[in-house]
Design a protein around this ligand. Structure first.
Ligand code: FMN
Length: 172
């Protein structure tokens, strides 16, 4: 029997999508009988996925101004009842995690407060993200300038791999 895993992500500029794809690949590598689907949150919300058919659901979003993106929040809200019946792991991506400190983890946890009020994740990942100011529109660029955010790709693929490898995969 096959263990089915669904990885759902929101992403504005693609860096969280790439993290979701990597998590999906790593989960798929854990066994020949593990089947992984990676879906954008908007699609997952509207396409009527059968949450109950998955042995694990992973939901990830970048943090913008201290919050998850609306697409990821909408997915969790729409499928709240079904998500309470299966193991769900969540992950957040943000520049706050450039330094992995207890304080920064507490800040990142604030961003998922609304999510953890709805579901109780079996695992919570917090990863550093990527910022390329060239792709930002002017208002966003001004926010980033005011925040004096560091620019660059700070994603730590070893930390992401370690998290994905530790996720509980139910036996099929
Ligand atoms: C306007 C703006 C606001 C942001 N706010 C936060 C924030 O509050 N906390 C954080 O950790 N990262 C913040 N970030 C960084 C993003 O979370 C990071 O760049 C992430 O990798 C973007 O993901 P995406 O490429 O999937 O959209 C912000 C980035 C921008 C451009």
């Amino acid at each position: 029997m096959t263990t089915r895993v669904l990885v759902v992500y929101a992403s504005r500029y693609g860096s969280t999508m790439e993290v979701a794809e990597a998590v999906g690949d790593m989960l798929g590598d854990r066994g020949a009988d593990v089947e992984v689907g990676v879906l954008a949150a908007k699609e997952a919300t509207t396409s009527g996925v059968d949450i109950g058919s998955y042995g694990l659901v992973v939901v990830g979003s970048p943090v913008y101004a201290g919050k998850w993106l609306g697409d990821a929040i909408d997915f969790v809200k729409k499928h709240a009842d079904a998500l309470r019946e299966v193991p769900v792991a969540i992950f957040s991506v943000g520049l706050t995690m450039k330094e992995d400190t207890p304080e920064n983890r507490a800040t990142m946890a604030e961003a998922t407060k609304g999510i953890t009020d709805i579901i109780s994740p079996v695992a919570t990942g917090m990863f550093a993200g990527k910022l390329d100011t060239k792709v930002l529109n002017l208002p966003m660029r001004m926010i980033i300038k005011a925040m004096k955010s560091p620019e660059g790709d700070f994603r730590n693929w070893d930390a992401i791999r370690e998290w994905a490898e530790g996720l509980p995969l139910p036996a099929a």
